[in-house]
Design a protein around this ligand. Structure first.
Ligand code: TYM
Length: 327
């Protein structure tokens, strides 16, 4: 069997540079080495309240973002999670080998539950089981994600191991692919927090659809550290974060980046970083806007068909092994 990768992004508002640099960017390189499945995980989005019309529009926009970033539909399978019913089916089946205590331990659940307060949705707790289903459904080898998804992939492996033990060898065990640089892009206004879609204050993130003026303004206001030297240094998280973004967008090595900024001040760093970001964004956004509705519909329906072909026999096999297959 060819080696496979699977990954996805939730179609919640405000996709940002962290989502691109931590995840999507790596898919583009990996798609030529692996059989690749990139999913818009809209079922995950309803683990928090959503406006239905906006969710539907954003689901298509996230697929556009994949394409604009360079995911090639000739090479990779791009599809919407809810179009392949097997994701929800396998989730239910995996609930039969997942423990409540495992779900309650997930740090993202705990963090997000705090935000939803007394109205925590049941789906929020089950979220990692659906993610395990996404991954296991395609016998995935590698899952390219940012650092915040590591714990969910570990749980996916635990679920797969338990299923294989109890019902016979069925699932491949996936590994996370977490980049050395960019796996955790931090907020521009508080470098102790990660750059986040759900942060109420937009100043902390560069959204993938921000215009040039907004990008300029956000970098200008970005927090810096004390001191003046511009180099990677864990004890100076704000500057290190800006340098990491610069490094990834320009494709330079860390040493080249430091050499470039030697003897320069923070204003110069911000100005060059702004230019590099706008240089990336301009063609990216042009591609985003140039993808027509019909073309997108065709890509997503091709993707759905390819994904289902692989997903359907796996769910059938799981049901058979669990003793709940039909006649
Ligand atoms: P989501 O939609 O929150 O984020 C999408 C991807 O972006 C990465 N990411 C970041 N990377 C670097 N710096 C940041 N500040 C940053 N913020 C987010 C995330 O790690 C992720 O890779 N549960 C997933 C979606 C999902 C999934 C899956 C992923 C559902 N099923 C199966 C992989 C495989 C999520 O909510 O990602």
């Amino acid at each position: 069997m060819p080696k496979r990768i699977f990954s996805g992004v939730q179609p919640t508002a405000n996709l940002h540079l962290g989502n691109y640099l931590g995840a999507i960017r790596n898919w583009v390189g990996l798609q030529h080495e692996y059989e690749s499945f990139f999913c818009v995980v809209n079922l995950h989005a309803i683990t928090a309240p959503q406006d239905p019309r906006e969710l539907a529009a954003r689901t298509r926009d996230v697929a556009r973002i994949y394409l604009a970033a360079g995911v090639d539909p000739q090479v990779s399978t791009i599809f919407v999670q809810s179009d392949v019913h097997e994701h929800a089916e396998l989730e239910w089946l995996l609930n039969g080998v997942t423990r409540l205590s495992e779900l309650e331990r997930m740090t993202q659940f705990k963090d997000k539950a705090k935000k939803q307060r007394e109205n925590v949705l049941a789906g929020l707790l089950m979220y990692p089981v659906l993610m395990a289903a996404d991954i296991l459904l395609y016998q995935t080898d590698l899952v390219p994600v940012g650092h915040d998804q590591k714990q969910h992939i570990e749980l996916t492996r635990d679920i797969a191991v338990r299923f294989n033990r109890d019902y016979g060898e069925t699932f491949r065990l996936p590994e996370p692919f977490i980049p050395k640089v960019g796996a955790k892009i931090m907020s521009l206004d508080d470098p102790s927090k990660k750059m986040s879609k759900s942060d109420e204050n937009p100043a902390g993130r560069i959204a993938l659809l921000d215009d040039a003026d907004t990008i300029r303004r956000k970098f200008k206001r970005a927090v810096t550290d004390s001191g003046t030297e511009i180099r990677f240094d864990e004890s100076r998280p704000a500057i290190t974060n800006l340098l990491s973004i610069y490094q990834l967008l320009t494709g330079k090595t860390a040493a080249e980046v430091e050499a470039n900024f030697e003897g320069k001040g923070y204003a110069q760093l911000k100005s060059e970083l702004t230019d590099a970001t706008i240089e990336f964004m301009r063609p990216f956004q042009e591609r985003f806007h140039s993808i027509g509705d019909e073309e997108l519909t065709r890509i997503l329906s091709d993707g759905r068909d390819r994904a289902r072909e692989i997903a359907r026999p796996i769910v059938r096999e799981v049901m058979k092994r669990m003793g709940i297959a039909g006649a």
